[in-house]
Design a protein around this ligand. Structure first.
Ligand SMILES: Nc1ncnc2c1ncn2[C@@H]1O[C@H](COP(=O)(O)OP(=O)(O)O)[C@@H](O)[C@H]1O
Ligand SMILES: [Mg+2]
Length: 148
């Protein structure tokens, strides 16, 4: 079963929870285990909050794009994209505890967490053009009895 969803929403932090819930809801027909749901919601939350906070500086008007593709019953591809500030140094940004917003008490662990919970993370970013995160995750198990 291939299936795909696209979502676009404004850069307001309350939309982080909306995005997480949408993705979890989209994946429900696959009957994922709780651990996978929690991990995928965490990945989406970190990627979306980065787009809103760092990409757009919480401007409340620019759009974040989110796509989720079910590539087969077990492989999920997630893309979170903004057209904001961009990342100056991707390698540095990926380091644990690196944050450019220390004054706001950011932990600098978002990208590290995304990388740990995903099977694959690709970051494409250009200064002043924006950032695209492509994340692939395989679900732990697939219960055939729950599907046609
Ligand atoms: N979408 C983005 N646009 C611009 N900069 C980003 C984006 N995502 C991450 N960054 C940069 O990478 C750094 C590390 O991100 P992250 O690991 O999530 O830590 P934190 O969000 O706590 O700062 C951010 O502080 C920011 O400088
Ligand atoms: Mg973050």
């Amino acid at each position: 079963m291939k299936n795909e969803m696209d979502l676009s929403f404004t850069a307001k932090i309350e939309n982080e929870s909306f995005a997480r819930t949408c993705v979890a809801s989209f994946l429900t027909p696959l009957n994922p285990c709780i651990d996978d749901v929690v991990e995928i919601k965490t990945i989406i939350g970190e990627a979306v909050s980065n787009a809103i906070i760092h990409g757009y500086n919480n401007d409340g008007v620019s759009k974040v794009l989110l796509s989720v593709m079910i590539e087969n019953q077990q492989t999920i591809k997630m893309i979170v994209q903004d057209f904001g500030k961009g990342i100056k140094n991707i390698e540095e940004a990926k380091k644990p505890m690196f944050t450019s917003k220390k004054e706001l008490e950011h932990a600098g662990m978002g990208l590290t967490i995304i990388e740990a919970l995903s099977d694959r993370l690709e970051i494409i970013s250009t200064l002043d053009l924006g950032t695209k995160l492509i994340m692939v995750k395989s679900l732990q198990q697939y219960d055939e009895t729950k599907h046609d």
